[in-house]
Design a protein around this ligand. Structure first.
Ligand code: FEO
Length: 391
């Protein structure tokens, strides 16, 4: 283990988390820049730890806490979220500090933590509850379904710090703890990717949480992943307002797989036809781009065209997997259509269309089905159809 030290982010408040440089897959979300698991230690009359880290990193957490105080002195542990990237080392910390109260939401946090870690010294809280830890107060704001039922953020009014857990975070491994020490466009891209892949289905809950936090004066947003926001707080809050809205942009995404280039030719024609209408279209051969990146683009693009050839009476498994992912994320206000080539049966295109409908996509063009290789005339007809589409 390297020489792990706590990082002071405000007077007597330390980052004691871990950087996961190598993680490339977070339950199916491909994390090309790794991640961090952020935990925070507040030195006050009651020593308080906000969240822990994934179990593989417990030694780093303990080393960072120990660089400031003896972990046995922890009086309060706040569990913002049961998911094990934050609660994974809870039992180990509780064993070292057996008298520490573990604050969690009631009933969902309590149920989840008990199921995972057994009976510990839990203190359930609800909206509006707060505790004094000495010079500081910690106010608890449950944010249910952002993105689990138990999720909660904690606000410290004396410091004007919001400990936001998953909200406002990114999967982004960095040695620089603050937003303004990193490339902002990269951080904002990763924050959008995080929102698209984790929070997309929960826009209404995100707006409720933003309203609940609306009146707070915030100088730092201490997230559960990625950077701590201090210089661009308005930017990330405004981005969340937009991302959680139902607004979509006049852009298209074309996603396909192909066996012998026929569906690929259709995808190119469709992409160019959108461009001819002045609608920028992103083009994704699914073999070459991770789903989580494609979804980041689909998130605010109004149009979605999905193509698959037919294989054994089905769509390609890559496209089935993509459509399953999209169905779970439930993009709002999207319009689209299915396309594909086939040798004989040609069932895949209707199957793709059915899955698009199931994902809530409004079908605006009848399925494009082409046997074998598309002719120039057929490609011209497809272009014409897209140019004449009423959008
Ligand atoms: Fe970062 Fe939902 O855990």
């Amino acid at each position: 283990m390297n020489n792990c030290k706590a990082v002071e982010i405000a007077k007597n408040i330390y980052w004691v988390g871990a950087v996961d440089w190598s993680m490339r897959n977070f339950h199916g979300y491909e994390t090309s820049r790794g991640s961090t698991y952020n935990a925070y230690l507040i030195l006050d009359e009651k020593i308080t730890l906000i969240d822990t880290v994934k179990i593989n990193f417990k030694d780093e957490l303990l080393a960072r806490i120990s660089s400031v105080i003896d972990p046995a002195k922890i009086d309060v542990i706040i569990s913002s979220h049961v998911e094990p990237d934050h609660s994974g080392s809870l039992r180990e910390i509780a064993a070292l500090a057996p008298n520490a109260e573990i604050i969690t939401t009631n009933p969902n946090g309590l149920k989840g933590l008990t199921a995972r870690y057994g009976n510990l010294n839990y203190k359930p809280v609800k909206a509006g509850d707060s505790i004094s830890i000495g010079e500081r107060t910690l106010q608890f704001v449950p944010t249910p379904m952002l993105h689990w039922p138990d999720s909660m953020v904690t606000y410290c009014p004396e410091e004007k710090i919001l400990f936001s857990n998953d909200a406002f975070g990114e999967h982004f491994a960095t040695a620089m703890r603050f937003d303004d020490e990193n490339d902002l466009s990269t951080v904002l891209f990763e924050a959008k990717k995080y929102y698209a892949n984790i929070l997309m289905p929960f826009g209404k809950q995100a707006q409720t949480a933003l309203n609940a936090l609306g009146n707070l004066e915030i100088q730092l947003i201490a997230t559960g992943h990625g950077v701590i926001w201090r210089s661009n707080i308005n930017k990330i809050i405004e981005a969340y307002k937009y991302w959680s809205s139902e607004e979509v942009e006049d852009c298209a995404v074309v996603v396909f797989d192909s066996m012998w280039h026929s569906t690929e030719i259709l995808a190119q024609t469709i992409t160019e036809a959108f461009a001819k209408r002045g609608i920028p279209a992103a083009y994704y051969d699914i073999k070459h781009t991770p789903l989580s990146d494609i979804v980041t683009d689909i998130f605010k693009s109004k149009y979605l065209a999905v193509g698959s050839p037919t294989i054994n009476n089905q769509m390609m498994p890559t496209i089935a997997s993509f459509l399953c992912y999209i169905k779970g994320l439930r993009p709002l206000n999207h319009k689209g259509f299915a396309f594909g080539s086939y040798g004989w049966g040609g069932q895949s295109i209707a199957l793709v269309e059915d899955e698009l409908k199931a994902a809530g996509v409004e079908i605006i063009l009848d399925k494009i089905r082409i046997a074998n290789l598309p002719t120039e005339k057929q490609l011209d007809e497809i272009t014409e159809k897209i140019l004449k589409l009423e959008l």
